[in-house]
Design a protein around this ligand. Structure first.
Ligand SMILES: Cc1cc2nc3c(=O)[nH]c(=O)nc-3n(C[C@H](O)[C@H](O)[C@H](O)COP(=O)(O)OP(=O)(O)OC[C@H]3O[C@@H](n4cnc5c(N)ncnc54)[C@H](O)[C@@H]3O)c2cc1C
Length: 406
C-alpha cells in the first residue's frame, strides 16, 4: 500500500495528529473508529519510516511480557494504565486478523515472518478503512490556541481542529524524520521536558582500546553487563567503533556519561574454579587453551594481551600460576571495568530517553492537564522501553488511550 496522494488539506477536522509513525497511525485508527474525522500530517516523504527499519526489517512489533518494569521514566507508574488497557495480545489479535505471518523469536519478542512493511500496510489499511486522511511532506510552521481547539499553520495550509495529538517521536535517527518538534509544542503550552538522551545505543571506545579490540570487530559473546544497579545477560558485539549487541544497547539506557560498566565475560562459569580444576586435570594446558573452551581463540588472545600485556602469560601452563594470579585472571574476565567515553548518540540510537514530563499528562488519556484537547503519545513522552518490542507496545497502548477520547 502506498501513502496517500498529497492534495489540498481539509480546513477543519475533529482530530489533527502530527506524526505518522507507529503511535500517530494507531491513534488515527482508534479515533476514526469512533466516527471522529481525523487528519494525520508528517513532514517526511513517507509514513511509518521507523516501522520499516525496525527489528532488522522484520519489526519486533510487541513483547508478550510487556509490563511496567520494562520501561524507564521519571514516574514508573505512569505507563501502567495504558499498558493494562491495550495489551500485547490485543495487538497480536490485530496482526492475526490481517493474516500477517509472525513468530516469537526470543521469549516474548514477536516478529513478522516476512517484512516490517506488513505492519505498516496493516496500519495504513486500517486508517483508510476508518476514513482517516494521511498527508506526508507537510511541515508545521505554527500551532495556535483557539477557543475550543487549535489552528495549525502548515506548509500545506492552515487546519483547525478540536483535538491536537503530538506523535512526533524522539530525536533518534534524524535522517528518518526525527525532530524536537514535540518538545517545542510542549514548552509552548507550559509543559516540562525531562532532558532527552540517546538510548538503546552502541558505545564508542577510545582510540587506544579500539586499537586492540578492533581486531574482534564482528565477534559476539554472551555477557552479563551491570551499570547503575541494572544488569542484562545478552550478547555483546565488538564493532569497528566500540561495543554493541543487545547487552550493550540495553545497558546504554541506564548509563550516564562518566559511569563505569562492569562486564562479566564468563557469566555461566566460575573461572577461578575452572582454573583450579584444570591445574589438576590438564596441568600443561595454556591459559589461552582453557579460555578458548569458552570463547573464540582470537578473543582469548586479544583480551589476554590487552589485560596482561605479555603474550607469554597467555601461553603459560596453568600449573605455573599461583592462586593469587588465577584469582586475578578470573576477576578480570568476570568483572571487566570499562569506562566508555561516549555512545554513538542519536545517529544510531533506537530510542530517546526523557521527553514530555508525565506529570503534565493524564495517564488515562495522555491529555495535557494544563490544556484540554492537547495530547502527547508514543516516544515523545518520558516513557522508554527496553529492547525487545516494548517501545512499539508503548506506542500502540498510549495511542489507543488517547484515540479513545480525542
Ligand atoms: C532502527 C530502529 C529499529 C527499531 N526497532 C524496534 C523494534 O523492532 N521494536 C520496537 O518496539 N521498537 C523499535 N524501535 C523503536 C520504535 O521504532 C519507536 O519507539 C517507535 O517508532 C516510536 O513511535 P512514535 O510514533 O512515537 O514515533 P516515530 O515512529 O518516530 O514517528 C514520529 C513521526 O513523526 C514525524 N515527525 C517528526 N517531527 C515532525 C515534525 N516537526 N512535523 C511533522 N512530522 C514530524 C516523523 O517523520 C515520524 O514519522 C526501533 C527504532 C529504530 C530507530
Amino acid at each position: 500500500m502506498s501513502d496517500s496522494v498529497n492534495t489540498t488539506l481539509p480546513e477543519k477536522t475533529d482530530v489533527l495528529i502530527i506524526g505518522a509513525g507507529a503511535a500517530g497511525l494507531m491513534c488515527a485508527i482508534t479515533a476514526g473508529q469512533r466516527g471522529r474525522s481525523v487528519l494525520v500530517i508528517d513532514h517526511a516523504n513517507k509514513a511509518g519510516r521507523k516501522i520499516l527499519m525496525s527489528g532488522g526489517g522484520r519489526c519486533n512489533f510487541t513483547n508478550r511480557y510487556a509490563g511496567p518494569d520494562n520501561f524507564l521514566s521519571q514516574n514508573p507508574h505512569f505507563c501502567k494504565s495504558a499498558l493494562s488497557r491495550y495489551t500485547p495480545e490485543d495487538f497480536i489479535e490485530r496482526v492475526k486478523q490481517h493474516n500477517i505471518a509472525f513468530h516469537e523469536k526470543k521469549p516474548g519478542q514477536m516478529f513478522c515472518d516476512n517484512k516490517a512493511k506488513d505492519i505498516l500496510d496493516m496500519l495504513l489499511t486500517d486508517c483508510q478503512r476508518v476514513g482517516a486522511t494521511i498527508r506526508t511532506r507537510c511541515s508545521v510552521k505554527k500551532v495556535q490556541s483557539l477557543p475550543g481547539g487549535f489552528a495549525v499553520v502548515s506548509s500545506l495550509g492552515t487546519i483547525q481542529c478540536q483535538s491536537l495529538v503530538v506523535a512526533t517521536g524522539g530525536l533518534s535517527i534524524p535522517k528518518l524524520g526525527a525532530s524536537a518538534f514535540g518538545y517545542e509544542v510542549a514548552k509552548q503550552f507550559g509543559l516540562d521536558i525531562v532532558p532527552p538522551r540517546a538510548a538503546l545505543v552502541p558505545f564508542m571506545l577510545d582510540d587506544l582500546m579500539l586499537g586492540s579490540l578492533s581486531q574482534l570487530s564482528g565477534s559476539a559473546l554472551e555477557v552479563l553487563v551491570t551499570c547503575q544497579h541494572m544488569c542484562f545477560r545478552e550478547n555483546m558485539l565488538f564493532t569497528h567503533r566500540g561495543l554493541s549487541g543487545p547487552a550493550m544497547l540495553q545497558i546504554s539506557s541506564y548509563w550516564q556519561p562518566g559511569d563505569t560498566l562492569s562486564i562479566n565475560l564468563l557469566p555461566h562459569i566460575d573461572f577461578y574454579k575452572v582454573l583450579q580444576q584444570r591445574q589438576q586435570s590438564r596441568p600443561g594446558a595454556a591459559l589461552k587453551t582453557i579460555l578458548s573452551e569458552y570463547m573464540s581463540k582470537k578473543m582469548a588472545l586479544v583480551l589476554s594481551e590487552l589485560w596482561f600485556g605479555d603474550m607469554s602469560y597467555t601461553r603459560k601452563p596453568v600449573n605455573r600460576f599461583t592462586h593469587q594470579q588465577m584469582q586475578g585472571i578470573a576477576q578480570q574476565f568476570h568483572c571487566w571495568k570499562l569506562k566508555p567515553p561516549a555512545t554513538e548518540g542519536y545517529r544510531s540510537a533506537e530510542v530517546t530517553l526523557g521527553g514530555v514530563n508525565t506529570q503534565a499528562l493524564s495517564s488515562k488519556t495522555m491529555e495535557a492537564k494544563k490544556r484540554k484537547g492537547l495530547f502527547f503519545i508514543g516516544e515523545v513522552i518520558d516513557v522508554t522501553g527496553h529492547l525487545g518490542g516494548f517501545n512499539f507496545q508503548w506506542a500502540w497502548a498510549s495511542a489507543v488511550a488517547a484515540g479513545a477520547c480525542v
